[in-house]
Structure formats: structure tokens, C-alpha cells
Design a protein around this ligand. Sequence first.
Ligand code: CP
Length: 311
Amino acid sequence: MIKHLLSITQLAPEDVTRVLDTADSFREVGTRVIKKVPALRGRTVVNLFYENSTRTRISFELAAKRLSADVINFSTSGSSVSKGESLKDTALTLEAMGADAIVMRHSSSGACHTLTKWVKASVLNAGDGTHEHPTQALLDLYTIRERYGRLEGLRAAIVGDILHSRVARSLTLGLVKMGAEVTLVGPPTLIPPEAPQWGVDVSYELDGVIPKLDVCYMLRVQRERQRQQYFPSVREYSRIYGLSRERVAQLPEGALIMHPGPMNRGVEIASEVADLPQSVITEQVTNGIAIRMSLLYLILGGGAGEVSDVA
Ligand code: CP
């Protein structure tokens, strides 16, 4: 297995399958009364979050704890970062305390790659700027495979602010790698010019795409990353690109509705749509724990034996 997980592009299709298959075993651990295995006893995982997070931070923490690792949660508020300590010195300090793996979220694209040059610990990218969010892509692939039993040949649309979305980039590359057909949907201003080179179709309207989908993946409009006006108004955006009840009625029966969270209910997804039975948004969260257990286990060397040996 690779030492660092910085990008979904590092994984060959058989690596992705191995991560998902390993997560299957750990998913079962999550259903037990005692949700813990000794696989990473004595190892130390640091969660180094320079940006806010609910799902990713908590699920990495739970994943490491369920593998019996020691976990340190670091956030910038309340730390010496507020006194001006650099990323390098913060990372070296954490490594000096014995970190085996550093899970990092940072607002700068490429920050995780830079970190690998300074530390001997494994680095796992928990979202870097607008670049990538590979563990989100893997948990999404897991969720889709769990429902359909395969990824190859499925038709997925990823809808919304593709330009600013690290989730969209990682998931698109992951789906294409695994043989799915991907259409990126959004206003022309929010589709990166290089998107066609990712092996996808691009559409500027949602209604023509909806009836052909197995997966409709909605993205949050990332107002905090937008430095200009990309569409006339939120109301206009929601009318053209929001997943409404009426649009859900045009989806094929059984098609999945997905969202990485956090959601803007009433903007990219109608509130009642987020709670429909075909919406798997909370399953994505649950599966995130198993995927992150799988990754920590495989990257920190627990993967030498079969998962079932330790679980
Ligand atoms: N999907 C996701 O990355 O959510 P958080 O920002 O809450 O971690």
C-alpha cells in the first residue's frame, strides 16, 4: 500500500477495490456492541485540521479509536498557530511526540504534499483547498458499490460548484477510474475549463441529464471560496440546478441521491429531498468511518494480514 494518501490518482482500480473490500470488514465491526479491534494498538494518529470540519474530523477520530490507535486532535484555535507557529514547526512538533500518521485538512491546495517533505509519518489528505478530498471519494464509491454491487457502467451526475469542489475532482477521477460514466452539471462559470480532460461529459442544464442517472450527486455552493459573482442569485441557481421534488420524480426508480455535506437545504437540494428514502447522505457518513479505518489499517501496515485475522 502507498505511504501517503494525497490524491485519488495514486490508486489503481485494484487498489480502490482493496480499500473498499477492506472497508466491508470494518463496516461489520461498526455493527458490533463493542466496536473496537486491536489492529493499530500502540500507533498514534494526529488529526491536524486547519479548516473547519464535522464529518471528516470526527470519522477519522472514530476510525482511529476503533482500531485502538492513540488519537490526538489538533485544531488551530487554542494552539500555538495563533501565535504564528508555522505548519512545518507544528508538524515537526507533532511528529516529535510520536505521530505515525497525520491526517490533515488545509485551505491551501498542495499543503498535504508539502507536509510529506517534512515528516516521516504517513500523511492522509482530509481535504486541501480546491484540490482533492480522496477519502470522501472513496466513501462515496463504497456507498454506490454497496447499493449497486458494481461501479462499472453506472451513470452519475455531479451537480453544482465543480470549480471550487475538491470532492468533485476526487470523486470524478475515482468514478472514471472505476469505469462509471460521469456528467458534470453546473453553470458555465462553475465548470473548470479543463473538466473535459477528466474523461467526463459536461452539461449546463440538469433537466436533460436527470432521467438517465443511477446516481445524482449534489454539491454545496461554496460561497466562502467564491471571489466573484458566478451566478445572478441563489434563487436563480436553485431554480436551475437545485434538486427539487419535481426533478426527483424524473430520476429513474432506485437512483441514489448523494451529497458530501454540509448541505445548504433549500439551495442545492430541497429540504424534503434530502430526507427521501433514496437519499443516502447519512449512509455516506456511516461508510466514511469504515473507509477511514480501512485506509489507516492498510497505510499503517496493518494490511500485511487479512482483515478478518484482526477483526
Ligand atoms: N464532506 C466533508 O468533508 O464534510 P466536513 O467538511 O464536515 O468534513
